[in-house]
Design a protein around this ligand. Structure first.
Ligand code: GDP
Ligand code: MG
Ligand code: K
Length: 298
């Protein structure tokens, strides 16, 4: 055992398609968990991998919704992405050393400016360029945003990846090991369903309910008839908030459920049965609840 404090946290990897996000994750996690593909948006917002060592655990979150919205879920995914950026401990903004700065990067940098979360600029594919070109790139990017670190790597060949991990560990807060090292899952819809419900609560209750509420998907099952049964808990911090979310004779909760169901049916393309609960949990850990949204279990 070591006397150093254990560090843990959540890291979102963002960047244009094909910059090498999945390659990086696969190298770090050491197994094929991220979908490697040339098609953009093959992955939706979800936990991509958990990296665990003796003194730290890094939970990587994929945030593909940060691309400029193109399809009907685009705006919503954009919002999910923005919320994710606020809630993580660190953002890795990955760019392609060969292509340099582009319009897509500009769009992402604008989004980054809307959050206080520290951002590392990761310049990937340095195996393909001359060191002089790298210096020019660093100068260009430096002026665009105040990055906490600028780290050049080659995800493919592994250059500097360990150094990047060390720097990530340095900025993570002290915290518990949330998950067993080998626990990896893939439930992309859960997060979006939870966000849809959360959105309805916030919309219907206006300022009375703070944004810090969480929605946990307790169960999500497709039955033989093709319908999807979703059980979800809305977690608030005070009894008074519970009263507001439930409403007079349950009216508010019913309305939340009705509106959320319409959106979830559109999302999943199936008939949906939605059962909602409200729970008071003082000082709940935002991050833990979110992990459960993604389908993790302690
Ligand atoms: P993503 O869309 O950001 O997840 O990108 P991928 O990880 O799917 O990678 C896109 C392409 O870039 C693949 O063909 C990778 O092999 C390639 N690639 C990723 N990292 C590097 C790197 O460090 N160097 C080189 N030369 N190619 C890389
Ligand atoms: Mg990918
Ligand atoms: K992809």
């Amino acid at each position: 055992m070591s006397n150093k404090e254990f560090k843990s946290g959540f890291v979102s990897i963002i960047g244009r398609p094909n910059v090498g996000k999945s390659t990086f994750l696969n190298r770090v996690i050491g197994q094929k968990i991220a979908i490697m593909s040339d098609k953009p948006q093959t992955t939706r917002n979800k936990i991509q991998g958990v990296y665990t060592e003796d003194e730290a655990q890094i939970v990587f979150i994929d945030t593909p919704g940060i691309h400029k919205p193109k399809h009907k879920l685009g705006d919503f995914m954009m919002k999910v992405a923005q919320n994710t950026l606020k809630e993580v401990d660190l953002v890795l903004f990955m760019v392609n050393a060969v292509e340099g700065f582009g319009r897509g990067d500009e769009f992402i940098i604008e989004r980054l400016k809307e959050t206080k979360t520290p951002v590392f600029l990761v310049i990937n594919k340095i195996d393909e360029i001359h060191p002089d070109e790298l210096l020019t790139l660093i100068e260009t990017y430096k002026d665009l945003h105040s990055f906490a670190e600028i780290v050049p790597i080659s995800a493919l060949q592994g250059n500097n990846v360990d150094r990047l991990l060390d720097q990530i560990k340095k900025v993570l807060p002290e915290g518990p090991q949330y998950y067993p090292a080998d626990q990896v899952t893939d439930h992309p819809e859960r997060f979006i369903v939870a966000e849809l419900i959360r959105e309805k609560v916030l919309h219907l209750t206006r300022e009375e309910i703070p944004h810090s509420i969480a929605v946990v998907i307790d169960s999500m099952q497709t039955r033989e008839n093709g319908a999807v049964y979703v059980g979800a808990t809305i977690v608030v911090e005070r009894d008074s908030q519970k009263g507001i979310v439930i409403g007079k004779q349950g009216k508010m909760l019913k309305e939340v459920g009705k509106r959320a169901r319409v959106d979830v049916e559109a999302l999943l393309g199936s008939r949906v049965f939605l059962e909602l609960w409200v729970k008071v949990q003082k000082d709940w850990r935002n991050r833990l609840t979110h992990l459960r949204d993604y389908g993790f279990r302690e």
